[in-house]
Design a protein around this ligand. Sequence first.
Ligand SMILES: [Zn+2]
Length: 543
Amino acid sequence: MARAERYPSHREPDAPPPLPFVPGEVSNGEFVPAAPSGRDRAIVRETLRRAEHAADRLGVDRRRFLQTTGGMAAMLATINLAGCAASTSGSAPASSTTTGAPGSVAPYGTAGPAFDPGTSSTAPGPGGTFEVPDPADTEACAQALGSQGEFILDVHTHHVMPDGPWRKVAPGIESMIRDVLPANCTEADPLTCLDRTHYVQDLFLASDTTVSVLSDVPNSGPGDAPLPFTDAVGTHDFAASVTGGGAPRVLVQSIVAPNYGDVRAHLDDMAAQVAGGKVTCFKAYTAWGPNRQGYSLEDPKVGLPFVQQAHDLGVKVICAHKGLPIQGFDERFNGPQDIVAVAKLFPDMQFVVYHSAFERATVEGPYDPARATRGVNSFLKALDDNGLPPSSNVWADLGTTWRETMSNPTQAAHVLGKLITRVGADRVLWGTDAIWFGSPQPQIMAFRAFQITPEFQQRYGYPALTPELKQQIFGLNAAKLFGLDIAATRCAVDASKLAAGPAAFRSLVDEGAVAEPWRARGPLSRREVIQLFRTSPKDALPL
Ligand SMILES: [Zn+2]
């Protein structure tokens, strides 16, 4: 294609070119990731090999090819093959249910994740697969992975204010946030790469996201918050100022830590924030607190007054971080039991379990109530224990959970299958933890292409991920939760000053003026992880 010939063809430096995403663990600013596994490194190698092959066929630079939908297709196809190997729980021979070139499974060998034999030993094939075209078929890849016109409401996003007092007060937090900086950040103050401007670029120019909910990390107030409430409102106002008619495009979430100091003062702050008219929902980190003491949302002195105050102020959505243990967290309060129990107590409110209680240390398999103390299963068990049926007032957020499982299609199938069937097809919410991992676009494209295999659908009663179901998860569910008028919001976004942005941004990318619109963030090699360990204090403050 003529366009392809305009790509610069420069000599690649020795470092591996950035992939669309990193296959293994990536810090979300809350912990230091594990070193890439043999499987992760095999995925990287094989993706680079395939990208080189496709880029040669197209006559383009491999580095640049990896930042196209074709590069994404190459990576997802590689993960399909790794999924075949991984689904066979360790050393068992690979299944033949998914086709691949002869010998194509070999690079992964027995390097798949150590599957819990109790949950996956009977699973003969991969649970999920990415349906992607030939990476060199530019048109087909753009069609399959590009926008399908979905309304995408990302319920879990972040940025920081680089000039805030938190950098002096909470150096541990700053150190952890430095872990998620993009490697190609050239700003004098690197935290600028995670600021409001980069947020708007990554979310609304480099990705198909329509509306976002802006969150923050654990903090006790404006003094140590990387994104104090008033600055989150500032981002809301900025986004509204460039949206047609000033309609909201960034929804504001207020973090409350009622276990710090006087509860009454927190309740008053909540009232003052709500009076300003910008609070969409409140969020709690129940496993975080002074002297590393967490609390329960059911605690009559701390948790319940917080929930009751939100209720009385008319803010009917409460979110809580659950799962994904953060350094220094109080494990006792990191499970989803309290938020689900409180949901039962407040039937006219809505409760969002952030991360869906997913945690990396637990391999996700089918739901077994007898073995449901950790991970997504603990969330389902809490619903059972409280007698809450599907589609009740409890919702599941996919932030980081999808990013972490999308390179393991079998686990991704279990996570999505369980959440959709048990929490409800109308209760699963799109979340990405952007911009910690960069633009959410790779996660969006991967979700468009993902399918639960017919075998898993039959075996576990999981649904097919139809385009309608994906539209629900991408944004229709969240629009209902937050009471957004989809048609009006879409009109406002289409009429906005940013509306021409994505196309202009794409042509800048095509011209090579923007190097990597959604390059992976995170260590690709063992050496890079060791570097991270060196720069991150082991005992950093919790995020
Ligand atoms: Zn987050």
